[in-house]
Ligand binder design. Structure first.
Ligand SMILES: C[S@@+](CC[C@H](N)C(=O)[O-])C[C@H]1O[C@@H](n2cnc3c(N)ncnc32)[C@H](O)[C@@H]1O
Length: 242
């Protein structure tokens, strides 16, 4: 899968994406990350890419022409699916991440300053995506969030699909609490059932704990679940114990 990131600050993006799991996936050629510096497409000798707003207001807005030229470069080998990261977009969730992971080529446009002239956005963007209801100084962090979350869904990036299928948000629940060595830490013991080697019991325990975790931490998600009578009994019994 290919990602093209259009940004005024390519180093911010490259620094993050060149390390760890995503960096290794890039090195192996499982994903291909291209950063285009919008400033390289400025049409003036000072590489100026922004100007004041019509109608007044503070700050500077990124101009159409450099973004348009940069977009054309991104389209050289075929039209990508184009995302503008913006606080006005739908908020990213795991369902959207999975949907995006099925595209061949994603192009992510990062705004900066006050954002980007609406006219060029209307000619280029397929979808606006936000990473939360707050405002960042630029779209670079949001672009990295999309590349990271989408890449994890691509075969070969993680060691196997178990690494993500049992995780939070994959089936509308949160992951159960997890533990590693040592078995006892500061007097707190790992639950006995996780040590007994009986996989059916472990799975059942984890299912109950996953439901409880969701109920306690994300009641909004819990309300949407369809829970069997058996699961309910186990949740209530466990809650009573604690
Ligand atoms: C300071 S913001 C511009 C905010 C814009 N003037 C507004 O009020 O909607 C600069 C850039 O950061 C990015 N950005 C800011 N908040 C974001 C968010 N929550 N999700 C995704 N991108 C965001 C966008 O690319 C935006 O163009």
């Amino acid at each position: 899968m290919k990602f093209t990131i259009m940004t005024l600050f390519p180093d911010q993006v490259k620094n993050f994406l060149s390390e760890s799991i995503i960096g290794r996936a890039s090195d192996k050629g499982i994903i291909d990350i291209e950063c285009l510096n919008i400033r390289d497409f400025a049409d003036n000798e000072y590489s100026k890419v922004d100007d004041t707003l019509y109608g007044g207001g503070t700050g500077m807005l990124m101009e159409c022409e450099p973004v348009w030229r940069c977009y054309q470069k991104a389209c050289e080998k075929g039209k990508p699916y184009v995302i503008y990261v913006s606080p006005k977009g739908n908020v990213l969730d795991q369902k959207k991440v999975i949907e995006l992971s099925k595209k061949d080529h994603l192009c992510i446009i990062c705004g900066h300053y006050e954002g980007i002239d609406s006219r060029v956005l209307s000619k280029t963007v397929d979808e606006e995506i936000s990473i939360g209801d707050y405002v960042l100084t630029g779209g670079e962090i949001a672009s990295v969030v999309i590349v990271d979350s989408v890449s994890r869904m691509i075969e070969g990036v993680l060691p196997n699909s178990d690494a993500y299928t049992n995780e939070s948000h994959m089936n509308g629940t949160l992951e159960p609490p997890q533990y590693t060595k040592p078995r006892v830490w500061q007097g707190m013991e790992v639950p006995e059932v996780l040590l007994n080697g009986n996989q059916a019991e472990i799975d059942s325990y984890n299912r109950t704990m996953s439901l409880i975790e969701t109920m306690d931490k994300r009641p909004d998600m819990f309300d949407k679940l369809q829970i069997s009578a058996e699961d309910w009994q186990k949740v209530l019994a466990k809650k009573k114990q604690n």
